[in-house]
Design a protein around this ligand. Structure first.
Ligand SMILES: C[S@@+](CC[C@H](N)C(=O)[O-])C[C@H]1O[C@@H](n2cnc3c(N)ncnc32)[C@H](O)[C@@H]1O
Length: 354
């Protein structure tokens, strides 16, 4: 359902408010989401802030986002210290104000049906989850909603689509609302790449390989600046075009990054490989801070286009996501594991093997 930013804003000025947080929602949150130490929560489309204030009372540090000034003014007046109140269009604005080290819970309450780019936005939010964390979508059901208000709710097909990109989906009833818990974002569905690489692109379920045969090792040259970003754990996504060699890489394969001037090598395991039709599409869907933490999205686009002329970009763009477990047993890390892990943003830490 499409409601503009102005319409939301005017609605709040006119006194429109939404169903208050129910007892069952509170008890589901308390049971399934006790706040961990330094727990962070993100409330997307927070409205006048009741849920954000509740999350704060559970012990979370809360970021509460809405694009309505009027909603945020009331939220701030009523619950000033409960959250960081952030004015953002979650689908279009830059996410710089959000935490880059991720969240333990991200909640969209009565918001998901209004998103214009549901899949893309959920994928992007999924990339902000800490390991083991969840997105919770709370929504009315179409079956229980009058026809004239159908757009505020989800039907079973829409709920199935919501859960499609996640490794576990739990659904609870919260006094007639669906309370959907999504964990483990999965790679975006493979789209055929344009051009000759299409036949070579393969996808395999992610899994840890203890020993990678040489045929499953791939060598990527990486200039010093980017090599240093990988080495320090700040860069966790590499972008290439879909040449047959790159399109043959599968999740679980080892990628050996080689810095050509010094000959240094560093190896990682590809955890996710997502194809896109263009660099712009890739940069819209992926977090640019994980690709090049020292450049803006626009600088990255210009750099990529400088490196790859249009006929190469036409092969399609590939995002290789990795964490920092070495892929080749016996090859040491470039620094001791304890030191290394301190350099890695929280959301990329899945554990390190020395
Ligand atoms: C139905 S209200 C729900 C408010 C609150 N979550 C609650 O449970 O009461 C939907 C909220 O989402 C906000 N919203 C919708 N689209 C948004 C977007 N793209 N970015 C940020 N906020 C958005 C609206 O301004 C509105 O406050």
């Amino acid at each position: 359902m499409s409601v503009t930013q102005d319409e939301w804003n005017t609605g709040y000025a006119d006194g429109r408010r939404y169903r208050q947080l129910g007892d069952r929602e509170r008890s589901l949150l308390a049971t399934h989401f006790p706040a961990p130490a330094d727990g962070k929560a993100l409330d997307v489309g927070c409205g006048v802030g009741e849920l954000a204030a509740h999350l704060s009372s559970l012990g979370y540090h809360v970021d509460a986002v809405d694009w309505s000034d009027n909603a945020l003014a009331e939220a701030t007046a009523q619950h000033e210290n409960a959250a960081r109140w952030l004015r953002l269009d979650i689908e279009l604005d830059d996410w710089t104000p959000l935490h880059t080290d991720g969240y333990d819970i991200i909640i969209l309450r009565f918001v998901y049906p209004f998103l214009k780019h549901r899949d893309r936005t959920m994928r992007a939010l999924g990339s902000r989850l800490r390991p083991g964390a969840a997105i919770v979508v709370i929504t009315p059901l179409a079956a229980d909603t009058p026809a004239e208000r159908r757009g505020i709710a989800l039907d079973e097909d829409e709920l199935a689509r919501l859960g499609a990109g996640w490794s576990t989906v739990e659904r609870h009833d919260a006094e007639g609302l669906a309370f959907v818990v999504l964990r483990g974002p999965q790679p975006a569905e493979a789209k055929p790449l344009p051009g000759p690489s299409a036949d070579h692109t393969r996808y395999a379920p992610a899994g840890v390989r203890d020993a990678t045969p040489a045929s499953r090792q791939h060598h990527f040259t990486l200039r010093e600046r980017y090599y240093a970003q990988v080495e320090s754990g700040r860069k966790t996504i590499e972008v290439r075009v879909g040449t047959p060699g790159k399109a043959a890489v599968e999740t679980g394969d080892t990628i050996v990054f080689r810095e050509p001037d010094s000959g240094r090598e560093l190896d990682i395991v590809a955890r996710r490989i997502t194809p896109y039709g263009s660099f712009e599409e890739l940069l819209d869907a992926e977090d640019p801070a994980r690709i090049d933490p020292d450049s803006t999205r626009e600088e990255q686009l210009a750099n990529l286009r400088r490196i790859y002329p249009p006929d190469k970009e036409a092969l399609g763009a590939l995002a290789f996501e990795f964490d920092h477990r070495p892929g080749r047993p016996g090859h040491t890390m470039p620094m001791p594991p304890a030191e290394y892990v301190r350099t890695v943003p929280h959301h990329t830490v899945y554990g390190c093997r020395a």
